[in-house]
Design a protein around this ligand. Structure first.
Ligand code: ZN
Length: 105
């Protein structure tokens, strides 16, 4: 049997994350919470980071998540329920839209 056969004809496999290649906006936003929580693996962490470096909207989103995280940390020791996170997130987004700047804590 040949172990190299899979690798040689591996074009059938779907696209795989490649080191140093930024992920898309959808993926970045989806993973932001884990990103700011340092829960991502090194490779995913790098990819989100690379995306944030070149995508201003997602970088802003990341700042919101960081603020959100600090708020949640302050309010409760436990991980905030998704519903609460959503509510705070909405508030922060509204706040940002009104003032035109990121909310300060
Ligand atoms: Zn983006």
């Amino acid at each position: 049997m040949s172990a190299t056969e899979d690798a040689a004809s591996g074009s059938a496999a779907g696209p795989r994350p490649v080191e140093g290649v930024p992920c898309g906006c959808d993926e970045a936003v989806e993973r932001l919470w884990e990103y700011v929580d340092s829960e991502l693996g090194a490779l995913d962490q790098q990819r989100v980071e690379a995306h944030l470096e070149e995508c201003a909207p997602c970088l802003e989103e990341e700042h919101i998540e960081v603020v959100l995280k600090q708020l949640v940390r302050r309010c409760c020791k436990e991980e905030a329920p998704a519903a609460l996170r959503m509510r705070i997130h909405e508030q922060l987004t509204v706040l940002r839209l009104r003032t035109g700047t990121a909310p300060e804590v």
